[in-house]
Design a protein around this ligand. Structure first.
Ligand code: PGA
Length: 247
């Protein structure tokens, strides 16, 4: 099971060090449990150092640019992230898509760059509320997945992780029911099978917390969680991970 913390635009380097100390004291390594933290770019190096003693923990970058280097102010290349000790990269998070205007074509280029650079991509897909209400959940999720993977050989997609994050559930306190989430996960799984990539973990994200994580993780279709708000406090995140892994 993969439990991934998306810290978004929170947690400075010194806070990341304090977080790691407190969190690691409470969460021993567990068989089958992979922990990933996505700090802001400025806190990556501190996070890599602070979690270095734990082989079950990976640090990821929240976004990358597909170009290797050059005049792209504010952006982080895969090579720069890797040099800072990063092992994973979020791609196509809904805030990148809907706040910063990232397109399906952008996610395709980013996915290609992340795979070529040897990082593990965490590709986020998910529908907006109006899309769900129009009955378009499946078509939106499949379009985002298909567009991101377009032109990439199945053989190269092995390291992929997909996160299903309905936009209406992110940071809103509204969670998809385990049944609703599982239904979309099945659709994604079928599409991945058709692409020829069988072993890809599919995570759920969107207002996951200590109260709902066990019911969500009880579904065999759900292979882990990508969590924002409930991952910002070391004690709270330790509790969510404990509940998920002890289930
Ligand atoms: P949330 O965010 O847990 O605060 O809803 C999840 C995410 O955006 O990845």
């Amino acid at each position: 099971m993969i439990l991934a913390a998306n810290w978004k635009m929170n947690i400075a380097p010194a806070e990341a060090r304090r977080f790691a100390e407190r969190f690691l004291a409470k969460v021993p390594p567990r068989q089958g449990g992979e922990l990933v933290f996505f700090p802001s770019a400025v806190a990556i190096e501190a996070s890599v150092q602070a979690f270095a003693a734990r082989p079950d923990v990976r640090i990821g970058v929240q976004d990358v640019h597909w170009e290797a280097r050059g005049a792209f102010t504010g952006a982080t290349s895969v090579a720069l992230a890797a040099a800072a000790g990063v092992g994973c990269a979020l791609i196509g998070h809904s805030e990148r898509r809907h706040v910063f205007g990232e397109t399906d074509e952008d996610t395709r280029r980013k996915l290609g760059a992340v795979l070529a650079g040897g990082l593990r991509p965490f590709l986020c897909v998910g529908e907006k509320l109006e899309e769900r209400e129009r009955g378009e959940t499946e078509s939106v999720v499949l379009r985002q997945l298909g567009a991101a993977c377009h032109g990439l050989a199945a053989a190269g997609l092995g390291p992929l992780v997909v996160a299903y994050e309905p936009v209406w559930a992110i940071g809103t306190g509204k969670t998809a029911t385990p049944e609703d989430a599982a239904e979309v996960h099945r659709v994604i799984r079928t599409a991945l099978d058709a692409l020829g990539v069988g072993q890809v973990p599919i995570l759920y994200g969107g207002s996951v917390n200590a109260g709902n994580v066990q019911a969500l993780m009880a579904r065999p279709e759900i292979n882990g969680a990508l969590v924002g708000g409930a991952s910002l406090d070391p004690d709270g995140w330790a509790e969510v991970t404990r509940l998920a892994l002890e289930r």
